[in-house]
Ligand binder design. Structure first.
Ligand code: ADP
Ligand code: MG
Length: 433
């Protein structure tokens, strides 16, 4: 294990360190610098290949919070460009957007001078289109980039767009760009389980697009998120403390940021320490729960409220959050809830004992904290909001639903079974060095 940093900070140094901690951990904003971006090598390589190949475009999709926006932003710093200039434009889509409003937003970031008039006035491309914009207009403007430029255009949160026309025409637009061999790469980003949820006509553009699913982070990537920041801050961390943060995050980097930040703050408040012990992570869990958005607390409350004393809704929801998913979409079966629920209640539990609870969790009157898929007898469930899952586990910890023994399992890589999330979360080797 890495050597523990035994240095202690004085009051003034604590203030400085606190500022740096808050800067480096960004639980609610995408990563914008290359140094702080962890993992995602495979996805990044596929995007780079698409950028390099003329006529190839990208569709990047996955669950909310897995790091799509961060990846789409970091791309601009990864393109090797000794001789050519990168022209990176990123827009965010909103529910009320139309084809015209989306592409006008892109045009707004583009300006030009009349050829041969190097000192002349600068025009904005958007101003040339007071009316509506068609795919042909877009392709024409995109053809205007010079060969010394590498234009990359990102449309983020494309899933938000409601206008069916805008959603349909995007496939044609990609096709037209590709057919014309235009020197620009379009990257469409959105929340979706399946590429066809994001772009209906995707089959027609498959040969000119790189369809990249963005999974939750694996253990190593999560560990990297934590390590680069701790290193910059000159913090060390105990192996079980790191494991606990990573195991709780369930593949969602925002929780590594949130828990990492609060664990650092707990450590410096604990006598100016620069070493994170497991107790600091426990403190971080409490602090993070307290600081969590109202909407999560409300969702938890609606899902578990009951006027029947002794009801087991909270225990059942906690067990669902701990259930081992059977794929990378986060779905679990009722069978997989049996083991964690039995561990929580300290007695053998059968599906019949919590069937009603699952029913309650998909009930819209209770906020539908879970989604259900599949056929009766083969139902699968998952948290409607991925970020709810770690929240529910942490609530279970702070409310004492998960006992000491179960908590111990949580912080021990050699017995990750009860709390494991799929194969990617296999035993974490604690870094030497
Ligand atoms: N590669 C990464 N390295 C470190 N942190 C990341 C990485 N990707 C995402 N994050 C963090 O995870 C959270 C969610 O990232 P974001 O890019 O907004 O996800 P999405 O767009 O998929 O919802 C943010 O707090 C962000 O800082
Ligand atoms: Mg995003």
């Amino acid at each position: 294990m890495a050597k523990a940093n035994r240095k202690l900070l004085d009051d003034e140094a604590i203030q400085v360190k606190r500022f740096e901690i808050n800067e480096l951990f960004t639980p609610s904003t995408p990563v914008t610098t290359r140094e702080l971006f962890a993992g995602r090598a495979g996805q990044l390589m596929r995007i780079m290949d698409a950028i390099a190949e003329r006529g190839r475009h990208v569709i990047l999709y996955g669950e909310r919070g897995v790091g799509k926006t961060s990846l789409a932003r970091i791309v601009q710093f990864m393109i090797p460009s000794q001789t050519r200039r990168i022209k990176y434009i990123r827009i965010q889509a909103y529910p009320e957007d139309t084809y015209t409003s989306l592409f006008k937003n892109i045009f707004r970031s583009m300006s030009f001078r009349h050829p041969g008039d190097d000192d002349g006035p600068i025009y904005n491309v958007a101003d040339q289109y007071p009316g509506s914009i068609t795919p042909a207009d877009f392709v024409r403007e995109m053809s205007g980039f010079s060969e010394s430029e590498i234009p990359v255009i990102v449309i983020d949160e494309f899933n938000e767009v409601r206008d069916p026309d805008a959603r349909n025409v995007i496939a044609n637009t990609i096709k037209a760009l590709s057919d014309d061999g235009v020197n620009v790469t379009l990257i469409i980003v959105g929340v979706a389980d399946d590429v066809s949820d994001l772009i209906k006509e995707h089959a027609s553009i498959q040969r000119c697009t790189e369809e990249i699913p963005m999974p939750r982070m694996d253990t190593k990537e999560l560990r990297d998120v934590l390590d680069v920041r701790l290193k910059q801050l000159d913090f060390s961390i105990a192996g079980d403390a790191a494991w606990k943060i990573i195991n709780l995050a369930k593949g969602l980097p925002a929780y590594v940021h949130g828990l990492g930040k609060h664990a650092c703050l707990q450590a410096i408040e604990d006598g100016g320490q620069l070493h994170i012990a497991e107790k600091h992570v426990d403190g971080a869990i409490t602090a993070l729960i307290a600081a969590t958005e109202r909407s999560f607390k409300d969702a938890y409350h609606s899902a578990t409220r009951s006027n029947q004393p002794g009801n087991l809704l909270r225990q059942a929801l906690t067990a669902c959050a701990l259930a081992k998913p059977d794929d990378d979409g986060g779905f679990f079966t009722p069978t997989s809830v049996k083991e964690p629920l039995s561990a929580i209640l300290g007695r053998q539990i059968e599906i019949a004992n919590f069937q009603n609870h699952l029913q309650a969790f998909i009930d819209h009157a209770r906020g539908a904290v879970l989604q259900r898929r599949g056929e009766p007898r083969a139902y699968r469930f998952r948290f409607a909001q991925p970020a709810m899952q770690p929240y529910v586990i942490m609530r279970g910890i702070t409310e004492g639903l998960i006992d000491e023994e179960a908590k111990r399992v949580l912080s021990h890589p050699e017995q990750p079974d009860l709390f494991e999330v799929g194969a990617a979360y296999a035993a974490l080797p604690i870094k030497k060095g």
